[in-house]
Write a protein that binds this ligand. Structure first.
Ligand SMILES: Nc1ncnc2c1ncn2[C@@H]1O[C@H](COP(=O)(O)OP(=O)(O)OP(=O)(O)O)[C@@H](O)[C@H]1O
Length: 207
């Protein structure tokens, strides 16, 4: 078996003095899609944030690429995280946000024109992100996340605001990412999307 790309042992995370994750153990192999499922408040976002190194652990160990997540360029070159809606640059259009992403990532996974087509944003490329609909903004955020090269995708409810057709498309896009050798860990409430991955639950109940 391949070396795990993510390994979590006995992870405990406390927020505001309350244990949110308790002794969680998880191993993710390269090329896997893992769907983190469970009720509201069960700790899905907390788990993703901890894997991204954005939330310190209270106990246990998290390793990504064989080392604890580190807030440095090398780590973020390998990891693309989409949590809450990103901050948009004032004055830049939707298309220019993707141009910016492509400019700083010379080995982007797709060019801007392709990204606009894949994420059905061609007609709205000249609009400011805040003038897009909720689902269009989520598609833009996903386009920016999937355009940049990465080895691990950490997605928190990527289905947020998406219509049914695009949720199905998203499942295909994640499968294509996996087929290129990428690894996906996503928190989701969408049973269709979750069905594309190995189900885990942060509260340890049968998912
Ligand atoms: N900053 C914080 N301080 C204290 N408690 C917090 C904080 N953020 C989240 N929590 C609590 O931690 C628990 C887990 O929250 P988390 O956002 O990880 O859940 P989730 O499974 O992602 O939920 P949802 O399905 O609603 O997105 C919840 O009970 C939440 O109220």
């Amino acid at each position: 078996m391949d070396e795990p790309i993510i390994s979590v042992e006995n992870l405990t995370v406390e927020l505001g003095g309350n244990p949110v994750l308790r002794e969680l153990t998880l191993t993710v192999s390269p090329g896997e899609i893992v769907a983190v499922v469970g009720p509201n408040g069960s700790g899905k976002s907390t788990l993703l944030r901890t894997l991204a190194g954005l939330q310190p652990a209270s106990g246990g160990e998290v390793r990504v690429f064989g080392a604890p997540p580190a807030d440095d360029a090398a780590f973020w070159r390998g990891v693309a995280h989409l949590g809450d809606e990103p901050a948009w640059y004032p004055g830049l259009t939707a298309g220019e946000h993707l141009e910016l992403m492509a400019a700083v990532h010379p080995r982007a996974r797709m060019d801007v024109g392709t990204a606009l087509e894949v994420f059905a944003l061609v007609e709205r490329a000249d609009a400011a992100p805040l003038n897009l609909s909720t689902g269009q903004r989520q598609r833009l955020a996903l386009a920016a996340t999937l355009l940049r090269p990465s080895r691990v995708l950490l997605l928190d409810e990527p289905e947020r605001g998406l219509d049914l057709g695009f949720r199905l498309r998203l499942a295909e896009l994640l499968a294509a990412y996996r087929d290129e050798g990428g690894t996906v860990v996503m928190a989701t409430h969408d049973s269709g999307l979750a069905a594309h991955g190995r189900l885990i639950s942060p509260v340890g109940m049968a998912a």
